[in-house]
Design a protein. Structure first.
Length: 184
């Protein structure tokens, strides 16, 4: 754990956070939406992306896979491997850096473990992606247990994303009111 905190300490600066936020925006605006278009004219509708749901049943997953067709499933699988999994690692690290800096700025070093929460989003996102990749790779065979685990990992990802958001907003409020208090 100490090595992780040393890594965060080493890279926690405004320049790296700015670069990281730009990369997150690029993933959301360019890489994730454009990736399927590199390989096919087929678009993958947002409602067909399991990652964006809070949870999903096996029936939902396999109906989506069926609707995508063979080409769509190949692209979805490739996107999970090439784009979404690296993205999960990148955004987890950037959000951890943001929390780490906000904790340091607010002199809340006793709460430094909160900077680990974004890595939990990444962890569950990678597990979710792995489940989706396994299901698509074995399609049309229905893997109920894998689907249920992937759905659980998706839910946990979103729960920890919400917690991360609340931590960042809370720390920004603390910093805002702290700065406001010292201005008077």
């Amino acid at each position: 754990m100490t090595a992780l905190f040393h890594l965060l300490e080493k890279y926690a600066n405004k320049k790296n956070i700015f670069i990281g936020v730009v990369i997150i925006i690029l993933f959301n605006v360019v890489f994730l939406p454009m990736f399927p278009k590199l390989f096919t004219n087929q678009e993958i509708p947002l409602e067909s992306i399991l990652d964006l749901k809070f949870s999903y049943s096996s029936e939902t997953s396999y109906q989506i896979f069926s609707n995508l067709g063979n080409e769509g499933r190949k692209i979805y699988r490739l996107s999970e491997i090439i784009v979404d999994t690296p993205y999960a690692v990148i955004y987890g690290f950037i959000y951890a850096l943001i929390i780490f800096i906000l904790l340091k700025n607010n002199k809340l070093n006793g709460f430094i473990y909160l900077s680990i929460v974004p890595f939990l989003i990444s962890f569950f996102d990678v597990l979710e992606n792995t489940g989706v990749i396994i299901m698509i790779s074995n399609y049309p065979k229905k893997l109920e247990t894998i689907n249920n685990l992937a759905s659980l990992f998706t839910s946990l990802k979103w729960i920890f994303a919400g917690i991360t958001f609340l931590i960042i907003i809370g720390l920004l409020f603390i910093q805002f009111f702290k700065n406001k208090k010292t201005a008077f």
